[in-house]
Design a protein around this ligand. Structure first.
Ligand SMILES: C[S@@+](CC[C@H](N)C(=O)[O-])C[C@H]1O[C@@H](n2cnc3c(N)ncnc32)[C@H](O)[C@@H]1O
Length: 198
């Protein structure tokens, strides 16, 4: 299973947002929507072996975590507006623990540190960071892996500290600073190529 955790540093936790202004008043929810697309969409199908955890840390009631599970997704389309509507519907529901809000979509009030702690139990954590080890020089990847990345902002020193408790491998995807969704596409491509060779 490939997992991605994207920190939405100021992404809205309110369902009261307009689908006509996804990059403005939503705290850059548009970035997270593009990350969903990069995580799941192939030309003619959806990647089943993928999960993405979006950590929404903006006002008014942080934290909300929305988890998308590729093997269960039913109503995901490539247009970001319809995915934003699914997120809006999730945020309008009350969750005790983690609640399924649509096929393959789960919402909880789990904080970033809780999410990482859960994922680190059964997967190696990779921290996507410009200054990390070149992805092309890493000898191998485990079957169950989690990649953590920022939205349009890097992880704060406090968020990095949480991650460092789990001995992450810091990975660079190249010399340029990339958009978060592009990072996900490149990670998939690197892993796909390695699978092809095996
Ligand atoms: C748009 S970047 C964040 C801001 C960016 N670091 C800057 O200086 O403008 C989003 C996230 O993608 C990841 N990222 C971007 N470029 C990367 C690269 N070359 N290698 C690995 N991760 C990268 C990092 O996790 C980063 O926090």
């Amino acid at each position: 299973m490939r997992r991605f955790v994207v920190l939405g540093h100021r992404a809205t936790t309110s369902p009261e947002f307009s689908l006509d202004d996804l990059s403005g008043a939503t705290g850059r929810l548009d970035i997270l929507l593009r990350c969903i697309n990069s995580s799941f969409f192939l030309s003619h199908s959806i990647r089943k072996d993928v999960e993405i955890h979006l950590i929404l840390q903006g006002p008014p009631s942080p934290t909300k975590t929305i988890r998308f599970v590729g093997s269960e997704l039913k109503y995901l389309n490539p247009d970001e507006r319809s995915t934003a509507a699914l997120i809006r519907s999730s945020l309008s529901q009350r969750a005790e623990g983690e609640k399924k809000t649509s096929p393959g979509i789960y919402m909880s009030s789990r904080k970033y540190s809780d999410v990482i702690s859960l994922l680190a139990k059964d997967s190696q954590i990779y921290y996507l960071k410009e200054q990390g080890h070149d992805v092309r020089r890493l000898p191998s990847f485990e079957q169950d892996i989690t990649f953590v990345l920022g939205d349009d902002r890097d992880l704060t020193p406090e968020e990095e500290q949480v991650l460092f408790e789990y001995d992450p491998i810091e990975v660079s995807l190249g010399p340029e600073s990339l958009h978060a969704d592009h990072c996900i596409t490149i990670v998939h491509n690197e892993l796909d190529r390695r699978l092809e060779k095996n």
